[in-house]
Design a protein around this ligand. Structure first.
Ligand SMILES: [Zn+2]
Ligand SMILES: [Zn+2]
Length: 194
C-alpha cells in the first residue's frame, strides 16, 4: 500500500518559477530572462550576495520525461571584505546551474530524496540550487586586488594607502636607550671573565 503524498502548496519567493506553461509535454521549452531581488544573504562571513541585490537569471526550463530541467546562468553581485587589508570588496559572479526537478510521482522512485529537487504544485524553487552553486564558487579569501599588500603589522594601517616608504625602522629614542643599557652589562661580564 502506498501513501498518497499530500498536495503541497506552491512555494513563494523570487526564486520560484511557474512551469505550468510547459504543459508536461516533453520537449517544450521556456526561456526565463529576468532580474530578481535577492531575498536573503547567500555566502560566508567574508563574501556574500547581500539581501536586496539585483540578481540576473538567464535560464531555460525544459520539459523532460521525469520533470523539468532547469539550466542556465545566474549572475549575482558580491560584497565582502579583503582577506588582507579588510577593505570592502565588491564583485560579481556568474554561476551555471543545471538541475532536474522531478514530478512528485517520479521522485518517489529515486533513492535519496534529500538530494532530489521536486516540483511543488508545478513550481520549481531555485533558491537552494542557486545558493549551493554560488557558495561553491566563492573565493575562500577574497582580496581587494591581487597584489594587495595588506596591513602594516606595527600600526595596522593599509600599506597600499601608506605608500612604499612607510616603515617603523626608526626606533623610539626611549627604546634605544633601554637597548643600550641591556647591552652594557654583557660587555662588562665579558671583560670580567677575561
Ligand atoms: Zn586589500
Ligand atoms: Zn605602520
Amino acid at each position: 500500500m502506498t501513501t498518497q503524498r499530500a498536495r503541497r502548496r506552491a512555494p513563494r519567493g523570487p526564486y520560484v518559477l511557474d512551469t505550468r506553461e510547459l504543459g508536461r509535454r516533453p520537449g517544450s521549452l521556456r526561456r526565463v530572462e529576468t532580474t530578481i531581488i535577492q531575498p536573503s544573504d547567500f555566502g560566508t562571513e567574508l563574501v556574500r550576495v547581500p539581501t536586496g541585490a539585483a540578481v540576473e537569471l538567464d535560464l531555460r526550463l525544459e520539459s523532460v520525461m521525469e520533470g523539468v530541467l532547469v539550466s542556465g546562468v545566474v549572475t549575482v553581485p558580491l560584497v565582502g571584505e579583503c582577506g588582507r587589508c579588510l577593505d570592502e570588496v565588491s564583485d560579481s559572479a556568474s554561476v551555471e546551474i543545471l538541475e532536474l526537478f522531478y514530478y512528485p510521482e517520479r521522485a518517489v522512485e529515486t533513492e535519496d530524496e534529500d538530494d532530489t529537487s521536486v516540483l511543488v504544485d508545478d513550481h520549481v524553487d531555485l533558491e537552494p540550487v542557486v545558493r549551493d552553486a554560488v557558495v561553491l564558487s566563492l573565493p575562500l579569501s577574497p582580496v581587494c586586488r591581487p597584489d594587495c599588500a595588506g596591513l602594516c603589522v606595527d600600526c595596522g594601517g593599509r600599506l597600499d594607502d601608506l605608500g612604499p616608504d612607510h616603515s617603523h625602522t626608526q626606533q623610539d629614542p626611549r627604546w634605544a636607550a633601554l637597548s643600550g643599557l641591556a647591552e652594557a652589562p654583557a660587555t662588562t661580564d665579558n671583560k670580567e671573565k677575561d
